[in-house]
Design a protein around this ligand. Structure first.
Ligand code: NDP
Ligand code: MG
Length: 382
């Protein structure tokens, strides 16, 4: 039996993880969960899974919850640290959304435990800190972002990445893939949130619509697989069946296929020696049409920025990530138009100050300063 600590349990990834645990109760136990303030969903999880510990980030929510004898409620950074390091926790799932997940991912990286990583923003913003820390502490990181899990599966059984010639990261392209950027000025929030293949949290849904998600994933892949950005191609594959492709120097390309369902990479990452059984929707290979197209040329600037982040590292990813989070937040609050998300990122990124001090404190500080700069850009265009 493996004890799981699910950080961000009340979100979309959390829901998929809970479904896999539910189908594998003889192997997996929900030991603890964390959330920000969504007590309604947390209470349902408590009823269904009976975890021993609940960490609530939001202090007011924590103060207002009804204590129960069987469950230990926690709040604050020290208690989060104690929970992550609890001797009975075997697997930590990092599924908080956005930069807010960095604190927990950082703690997990020093815990020496197995980390299943969904929270890509913590790697984008702090990859140069998190990856060495995880290595130093023998904390194994297994990706559950579908593309990275696919690459991980394609690399398994190989001797590292020495024989890799190319890695093709696929992108669904989101709801607007066949539109020009110039036609997207007045798209509605509800259309941008309406992803054709995946049902996800609102932040990543907007990232998918802008294709910034793929750029964050390029940076995430560079760190997780320790490969130069030159090895990665970003290719649009609207059906979301092939989740990524690894081509080796001998000409073989290996890919991973499944219907778009996050429970599949999660089940893989949670498997031990044997794969876990889950109910899934099979691919009908006799009726399968797969197509691919180039990354849209009118959004290449954003890919170029991501490649610059990969090449320079340090705190540049913190800046890129924070500028995007502010832009997305303001789009979701209907303060800026869809196309202005890019403007906020470009103009904020241009003003960045590079520093090479790599600590959690410096990342938090640069994140905060970038948010202030990005908010100024929003004000100038809103
Ligand atoms: P959601 O918005 O659905 O869920 C976010 C979770 O994080 C919730 O449990 C939320 O708690 C919690 N949370 C938010 N802010 C804080 C905070 N400050 N402190 C502690 N907890 C917080 O996001 P998703 O599940 O869609 O995404 C989670 C991560 O996984 C993201 O990094 C995303 O990029 C990545 N990912 C998601 C995929 C998907 O299919 N959804 C696919 C691949 C990667 P509460 O409910 O209380 O607000
Ligand atoms: Mg992904």
């Amino acid at each position: 039996m493996k004890n799981i600590l699910l950080l961000g349990a009340t979100g979309s990834i959390g829901k998929s993880v809970l479904s896999v645990i539910n189908e594998n109760q003889s192997k997996l136990n929900l030991f603890g969960i964390s959330l920000n303030n969504n007590l309604n969903t947390a209470n349902k999880i408590i009823d269904d899974f009976n975890p021993s510990f609940i960490h609530i980030e939001d202090k007011d929510t924590f103060d207002n919850q009804k204590a129960s004898k069987e469950i230990i409620y926690l709040n604050g950074d020290e208690e989060l640290k104690d929970l992550i390091n609890h001797q009975d926790v075997d697997i930590i799932i990092s599924a908080i959304s956005g930069f807010a997940g960095l604190k927990a991912t950082h703690l997990a990286a020093s815990s020496g435990k197995k980390i299943l990583l969904a929270n890509k923003e913590s790697i984008v913003a702090g990859g140069d800190l998190i990856l060495p820390l995880a290595k130093e502490n023998n904390s194994e990181i297994i990706p559950i972002d579908s593309e990275h899990n696919a690459i991980f599966q394609c690399l398994s059984g190989e001797k590292g990445v020495d024989d890799v010639q190319r890695v093709t990261i696929t992108a669904s392209g989101g709801p607007f893939i066949n539109k020009k950027l110039s036609d997207l000025k007045n798209v509605r929030k509800s259309d941008a949130l309406n992803h054709p293949n995946w049902k996800m949290g609102s932040k990543i849904s907007i990232d998918s619509a802008t294709l910034v998600n793929k750029c964050l994933e390029l940076i995430e892949a560079k760190y997780l697989f320790d490969l130069n950005e030159k090895y990665f191609d970003l290719v649009v594959h609207p059906q979301s069946i092939i989740h990524s492709i690894v081509t080796y120097v001998d000409g073989s390309s290996i890919c991973q296929l499944s219907k778009p369902d996050m429970r599949i990479p999660i089940a893989h990452a949670l498997s031990n020696e044997n794969r876990l059984n889950i109910n899934f929707d099979s691919i009908d290979f006799t009726n399968l049409e797969l197509s691919f197209q180039e990354f849209p040329s009118d959004r290449m600037v954003i890919q170029d920025i991501a490649r610059e982040v990969c090449n320079n590292g340090g705190l540049l990813g913190t800046i890129f990530n924070a500028a995007n989070e502010i832009a997305v937040e303001n789009f979701l609050n209907e303060q800026i138009n869809f196309d202005e998300i890019y403007e906020v990122i470009y103009r904020t990124f241009d003003k960045n100050n590079m520093s090479n001090d790599l600590s959690l404190e410096s990342i938090n500080e640069v994140d905060m300063l970038t948010r202030i700069e990005a908010q100024k850009v929003v004000k100038s265009i809103a």
